[in-house]
Each structure stands twice: as structure tokens, then as C-alpha cells.
Design a protein around this ligand. Structure first.
Ligand SMILES: CC(C)(COP(=O)(O)OP(=O)(O)OC[C@H]1O[C@@H](n2cnc3c(N)ncnc32)[C@H](O)[C@@H]1OP(=O)(O)O)[C@@H](O)C(=O)NCCC(=O)NCCS
Length: 429
């Protein structure tokens, strides 16, 4: 039996049967509800897409109430424990786990595309000495489209794969160089003997030594953080990638748009805000006053709350564990004590419990990044590197989805109509 919804329009008394498929009705079906032939169809008003599905997707599953996150059906906890970032990237892009041969080929291909054209280096050096690395990353990724004009042939499956490999491979190079630029340090070229994440650390921190070898525990922790950030279904930046990608532009331009979205403080910038908040609180004794300010509505407890997770964010649990591993190498970040106490109080406080506000992925990630000695401006860059396979998996899905059209939301027009224009000379006379 087909499921349906019966809607009665009280303006006309007319009833409509609207089919339900996959737990959703089509907004276009509501558009058939009109008060007259020439009247506009009924629209759905949904700022922020709180209850609007924009696509069908098989990449990532989230159950916010139960705190579940799965990539292609695999729970994030198992992937974080037993997989690598590049294997997860393969899973997201190809839809299934690789065989040994497929994995080795994938790792080889990505490793051998980490270099960028020398001209990229040239223009990155042209940024101001204090340029924000995320701005540099966004511009550089966008600029890659000029180096690979064939990337615009998005109907060609082989070409799509080529650009996907290039982008995943080059993102750490561009991210590391954005970091080195602000520090006035020379750019370090990729080292193909190293793993994806170890090579990234080398490009970030290598100085005069002939080979940079990061502590394996740090490599693993950063790799895990990349896994945790690899996809999160239709979040703000993924929606930006899909929206811009729906114009059929090349994937570099679409991902540059995603990076722009991720730059914002309510999205990727939250962990930086968490650190600022923890520093401002300063010591455990000041926590009650701070919590009072939050409850009085003067500010937000950054790193708490999520649009989707109304239970514990599963990624936050894994990050908390990674914190221990990293601090074993680097020494404990003194802000951790404040964060733990803040979490303890907030989890018991009625204000937060009632609103289902729990720590999200950003609550602890900033503390780890700081232990690596990343300046806060780099946090979103790290997020972007991790999110790249997810953006590309979603973009790939978009390019093959027959139902997708150019993204073009409706508006409810609230402005004036039909005013008469008076030329400047008369208006200002
Ligand atoms: C993530 C976030 C933007 C989600 O926003 P949202 O789904 O639109 O939720 P709302 O802003 O509608 O919040 C619902 C209620 O909880 C409160 N709330 C939400 N997040 C809060 C926070 N971090 N601290 C205090 N109160 C918070 C709101 O004030 C609102 O209360 P009200 O019902 O009394 O008005 C929001 O929780 C937030 O700003 N968190 C801090 C920033 C952050 O950590 N972002 C990273 C996300 S991964």
C-alpha cells in the first residue's frame, strides 16, 4: 500500500492526497495546493533547512537521538579504532571497503599526487605575511581549477576520479603551506616515503633535519581526527559543495565553496571559540559564574549543542580518548582540567539537560590541536583536510543523481512592490 498524507486546505475546503515516499513528501506536491488557478502554490518555509531533505544519499547515516554516526553503514567507533583515514576516504568515495590491491593502488595514487605545480607555490607566497591559512586554503583550492581545466568535464567518470585523487592528495600540501607562510618558514615538499598523515606533519614541522619523523602516537591521533571529520551528511559546508556543484562547475570550485562555509564560527570555527572560552574562564573557580552567564542568555557554552545530535556526539567520546594519547606525548594541556569540570557540571545542569545540549566534536578537538602546537587559525584547515573525502563523495553522488537540479530555493517576498523611481536630481533637490 502506498503511504500518503491527506491535506485539507481550509482556505478552499479542498482536500489533497500527497504521496509519502521514504518518510518524506515532495515539496513540489504541496505546490499543487492553490486557492485558484493563477494563485501561487503553497510553499514550505524552512530557513536553515531544519526539516527539508535536499537529496537522497547513501554516504553517511546519522541518528541524532541515539548518537549514531555511520559512514556507508560502518559505525564511526569501529572505523576510528581499526581503519586509516585513506581507507575511510576510499570507503566514502567508492561505497565499499577496498581489497588489498585496491587499497595499495589508492594509497599509491594519492601519495604520488601530493605535489602541486610550482606556480601554486608562487601565488601562495604572494599572500600577506599574516594571511589566515583558511583563506589561503580556500583560494588555493579554487585556483587548482585553473591548473586542471579538464576538471570541468564532470560527466566523465575517469576524469572525476582523477580530480578526486588530486584533491585528497593536495589538500595537506596546501594546508601545510598555508601554515608555513604565516610563520615565515620555507615550504616543505611532500615526502612520498611517509604515510598521508605523517607526511602532513612533516610538511608542517620539518626544519633542517633530512627526514622528519613524527611520534607514531601523534600520527595515529591526527589520522583518527581526520576519520572523525571525514563526513557528516548534509551539514552547512556539504550543502555548500552540493549547492555550488549543482551548477555543474568543476569540483575544485565546489569544494572551495565548502571551505568557505567551514570557515564560519558556527561550523568549523567552534573549536577555536572553545579555546578562547576556556582561556577566558581561566580556572575552575570561575565556572559557576560562567555557567550563570550562559543560562542568563548572555553567551553560549561553545562546543556544546548540535543541530542533529540531541544525545552525546559519538565523535566527542572518541576524541576524549585521543586526548589522553596525545597528552601522553606532549604533556597535559592545562585547559583540559577546566573543560572536564565544565562538562561535568553541564551534563548535570537542568538547563543543558532539558535542551539536550551535550559536548560536540569541537569541545575537545581544539585542546588536541593546541597540544600539536597548531595556532587556532589552523583548526579549520585541519577540519577541511579531514572533510575533503566526504565533500567529494557527496559531490560524486550529486553528479550521478538524476533527480538533482540546480539548487535554487524559493523565497517569501516581504518587500515593497511597484514603486515609482524618481531620478537622483529630483530626489535630492
Ligand atoms: C550548534 C548550534 C549552532 C546548533 O544550533 P540549533 O540547532 O539552531 O539550536 P538552537 O540555537 O535553536 O538552540 C536550542 C536551544 O538551546 C540553547 N543552546 C543551544 N546551544 C547552546 C549552547 N552552546 N550554549 C547554551 N545554550 C545553547 C539555545 O539558546 C536554545 O535555547 P532556547 O530554546 O531557550 O531558546 C548551537 O548549539 C551552538 O551555537 N553551539 C555552540 C557552537 C558550537 O559548538 N558549534 C559546533 C557545532 S559542531
Amino acid at each position: 500500500m502506498t503511504e500518503s498524507l491527506t491535506v485539507r486546505d481550509n482556505r478552499t475546503g479542498q482536500e489533497y492526497d500527497v504521496p509519502i515516499a521514504d518518510g518524506a513528501i515532495k515539496a513540489a506536491d504541496l505546490g499543487k495546493i492553490k486557492t485558484g488557478d493563477d494563485a501561487p502554490g503553497l510553499a514550505v518555509y524552512d530557513p536553515g533547512f531544519v526539516n527539508t531533505a535536499s537529496c537522497r544519499s547513501s554516504v553517511t547515516y546519522i541518528d541524532g537521538d541515539k548518537g549514531i554516526l555511520e559512514y556507508r553503514g560502518y559505525p564511526i567507533e569501529q572505523l576510528a579504532e581499526g581503519s586509516t583515514f585513506l581507507e575511510v576516504a576510499y570507503l566514502l568515495i567508492h561505497g565499499s571497503l577496498p581489497s588489498k590491491v585496491e587499497y595499495e593502488q589508492w594509497v599509491h595514487d594519492i601519495t604520488y599526487h601530493t605535489f602541486v605545480h610550482e606556480n601554486v607555490k608562487g601565488f601562495m607566497e604572494g599572500f600577506r605575511y599574516d594571511a589566515h591559512p583558511m583563506g589561503m586554503l580556500m583560494a588555493s583550492v579554487g585556483a587548482l581549477s585553473t591548473f586542471y581545466p579538464e576538471a570541468g568535464m564532470i560527466q566523465d567518470a575517469d576524469n572525476r576520479q582523477m580530480q578526486i585523487i588530486r584533491m585528497i592528495a593536495k589538500m595537506p600540501t596546501l594546508g601545510a603551506w598555508s601554515f608555513r607562510h604565516a610563520q615565515g618558514k620555507p615550504f616543505v615538499y611532500p615526502d612520498n616515503d611517509l604515510s598521508y598523515t605523517a607526511n602532513f606533519l612533516s610538511m608542517l614541522f620539518k626544519m633542517s633535519e633530512s627526514k622528519y619523523e613524527a611520534d607514531e602516537r601523534l600520527v595515529r591521533a591526527l589520522d583518527t581526527l581526520f576519520i572523525l571529520h571525514a563526513d557528516h551528511e548534509q551539514n552547512c559546508s556539504t550543502n555548500a559543495v552540493r549547492s555550488v556543484g549543482s551548477s555543474q562547475v568543476d569540483p575544485y570550485s565546489a569544494v572551495a565553496a565548502g571551505i568557505g562555509a567551514l570557515y564560519g564560527p558556527l561550523h568549523g570555527g567552534a573549536n577555536e571559540a572553545v579555546l578562547r572560552m576556556l582561556r577566558r574562564i581561566g580556572s575552575k573557580e570561575n565556572i559557576p559564574d560562567f555557567i550563570k552567564g550562559v543560562k542568563d542568555g548572555n553567551e553560549r557554552l561553545m562546543g556544546f549543542g548540535h543541530r542533529v545530535y540531541k544525545n552525546y556526539d559519538p565523535r566527542a567520546k572518541i576524541i576524549k580518548k585521543a586526548c589522553d594519547d596525545v597528552f601522553e606525548v606532549t604533556g597535559v594541556n592545562p585547559l583540559l582540567e577546566i573543560a572536564l569540570e565544565l562538562e561535568k557540571i553541564a551534563l548535570e545542569d537542568e538547563y543543558f539537560v532539558k535542551r539536550k545540549l551535550y559536548p560536540n566534536v569541537d569541545f575537545y578537538s581544539g585542546l588536541i590541536y593546541e597540544a600539536f602546537q597548531f595556532p587556532p587559525e589552523m583548526f579549520t584547515v585541519l577540519f577541511a583536510i579531514g572533510r575533503t573525502p566526504g565533500w567529494l563523495a557527496q559531490w560524486l553522488e550529486l553528479t550521478q543523481d538524476k533527480e538533482q537540479r540546480i539548487a535554487r530555493p524559493k523565497q517569501l517576498y516581504m518587500g515593497d512592490r511597484g514603486l515609482d523611481f524618481t531620478p537622483r536630481e529630483q530626489r535630492w533637490a
